[in-house]
Design a protein around this ligand. Sequence first.
Ligand code: TRP
Length: 451
Amino acid sequence: MTTRTRILTGITTTGTPHLGNYAGAIRPAIVASRDSNADSFYFLADYHALIKCDDPLRIQRSRLEIAATWLAGGLDVDRVTFYRQSDIPEIPELTWLLTCVAAKGLLNRAHAYKASVDKNVETGEDPDAGITMGLYSYPVLMAADILMFNAHKVPVGRDQIQHVEMARDIGQRFNHLFGQGKEFFTMPEALIEESVATLPGLDGRKMSKSYDNTIPLFSSAKEMKDAISRIVTDSRAPGEAKDPDNSHLFTLFQAFATPAQADEFRSELLQGLGWGEAKNRLFQLLDSELGESRERYHHLIERPADLEDMLQHGAKKARAVATPFLNELREAVGLRSFVAQTQVAATTKKKAAKAARFVSFREDDGSFRFRLLAADGEQLLLSRNFADGKTAGQVAKQLQAGQALDVRSEDLSFSVWLEGECVGDSPAFADSAARDAAVEALRIALTPVQE
Ligand code: TRP
């Protein structure tokens, strides 16, 4: 069996997708999801949207529009897992578990937070003026999005690379603290699509809502046409040769044309095609490429109940992964049922009493050590190094002699002492309860059995 690559990305729901979003992120993501090797998780990052926007109507509208855009663009919800972040209660739960291991110093370094602080300082404000805990903790929520589903690849823009790195950092810390050798979280990698062009906007700068230079995607043919008519060109008259390589109108055309169509358009421009006519050609191209999707889009927007169903279906698929995984994580940090825990402690006792065993071995440096293993193989103690096998054997024997054990707990592990000397250490346990259970198991294992 081959494991598919899990590709996961989120879309913050604060706006309406424009042509630049479509060519730069949506279209390539939909294409990537058709790869038989890809297991794609795409979601509406609506919890993230709340960080930037306190207008409920806009949040709601944007979620609907973004969902409809992806589906109209050809996303197949049976093939991918498409859901709203806010439909997965495991995500905020995991966010808290991660918050408790995330270093504050790490989050202090996040670009978005730092930029806000810098701006405040520049304008003589309090450094934290207007900064919410949402903005500050943004990377932890994003880490939960990614780690919850053990994504391998995370397609993002360059501004998000740091967040993916923070997810690795936080995930690693959790693995280290609670994994006991097991890697709960896969280390994600940011995927930067170098070949995907960022589309220029009407004025030639990067197409972006913040520059107010966008071309709408699915609103209406008329709005698209109006926007295209506002594309800034040079002042060359019809009949004068145009320079396609210095024309963002040509760049826009190229992003949606076949190579043959682009070549033809290029030679027409070189031969003096007027800008008015050129804009017309661009509109015709976009309309033929996107017209059908636009219809699907409006069809979907008019049926919000259908969209709701599709997203609920997606949430169900996502939770089939998230619920059992979060249960495992809760266990790991010590949020366990009292009933289950008593049972674990009881069986540990029984097993330990039954068949704890010493296993001695020789280190590369020639010294001798032993392990004390519980019946289930769990290591209770690893001895220090002894110069020879005889000493090691004597220590093991002394431990079983039935005298009161000198066990010293420190943090999440313990050590065992004989005559004022440390002779062995336990591994690190997930929490102090697990540590205490192991001490108990050790005592029982070392109590001579009277038969
Ligand atoms: N922060 C991302 C952005 O603004 C959106 C996002 C939220 C995301 N969670 C994510 C992207 C998880 C990738 C993976 O673009």
